[in-house]
Unconditional design. Structure first.
Length: 280
């Protein structure tokens, strides 16, 4: 077992392990840590604790100290520099006539490296831009192309549910989502209804997927032949959440009636109810 602390560098993002180096750190404390890119400012997400050796990626860097007032002042100065660097970079992008959209600028804590995040529909030859920026800032420059989901996570915003973006608010990483999930949850397949502001499928499709998979496994599909207290019939409608079914007598006599999946026995299969393609 290895003793570590977990440190987060952004409000929503992954936690990284660091060696406490014999010191005690508490949750919420701002700390200065050693990284491959130099010193970094982070927040303790989990204090001193032990993890299996296999979970630690060597070499394990150290947490140096709790951040002091001078460190906090430097952090604020870096934020001001980031704002100025953003304007300078946008001007130079225009001057070089590059098809790219600048999203964010980040200064390393010690100021030795500046990272520019951008989006673009294709590959961008930014070699001359890097040289121009390096000559202007006299620092190590990195230009990093990101996707639309990363852009949404960085910038934040309000989703169609009225809540701040999940990726910005609490998700450590992007969840795998697919159109199959929307079908299994009987959602509209209209892209405007199941896509987030980033234009990709909403991450929240993943949240209840496990429950829907279970409910689908125990619920008769539309078209299934079932045996109920009133006889044999065909399922014509399903409410997956409540388990309520509409059953039409197989012999064609009598009106369709309501029942519940708890009170039926499946005799034959059918087809799953398809999600509607049109807006409701």
């Amino acid at each position: 077992m290895t003793q570590v602390i977990s440190v987060k560098f952004k409000d929503s993002g992954k936690n990284y392990y660091f060696s406490p180096d014999g010191k005690t750190y508490n949750v919420g404390e701002n700390v200065i840590v050693e990284t491959a890119n130099g010193l970094a400012f982070g927040t303790v997400a989990e204090g001193n604790h032990e993890v299996e050796d296999e979970r630690v990626v060597p070499p394990l860097k150290k947490a140096l100290r709790v951040a002091n007032n001078k460190d906090l002042q430097r952090l604020e100065e870096n934020k001001t520099k980031e704002s100025d660097a953003f304007k300078v970079c946008e001007e130079k992008i225009t001057a070089h006539k590059l098809d790219m959209k600048l999203v964010r600028v980040e200064y390393s804590f010690d100021g030795g490296k500046i990272t520019f995040f951008f989006t673009s529909d294709g590959r961008v030859d930014f070699r001359e831009l890097v040289k121009d920026l390096a000559n202007h800032f006299h620092s190590r420059i990195e230009l990093r192309q990101i996707g639309v989901r990363d852009e949404a996570k960085m910038l934040g915003g309000i989703g169609i549910c009225g809540q701040p973006y999940c990726c910005k608010r609490f998700l450590d990483d992007f969840l795998p989502v697919s159109i199959k999930m929307a079908k299994e949850q009987n959602l509209s397949l209209n892209p405007t209804k199941i896509s987030g502001s980033c234009g990709r499928l909403m991450c929240c499709l993943n949240y209840e997927q496990e429950s829907y998979e279970y409910l689908n496994s125990i619920t008769p599909w539309v078209g299934s032949t079932v045996k109920t207290e009133q006889g044999v019939g065909i399922v014509t409608d399903v409410n997956l959440i409540t388990g309520n079914l509409t059953v039409k007598p197989k012999e064609g006599e009598g009106a369709p009636y309501k029942t519940n999946r708890k009170h039926v026995k499946i005799l034959g299969g059918g087809k799953a109810k398809k999600a509607e393609d049109t807006e409701e």
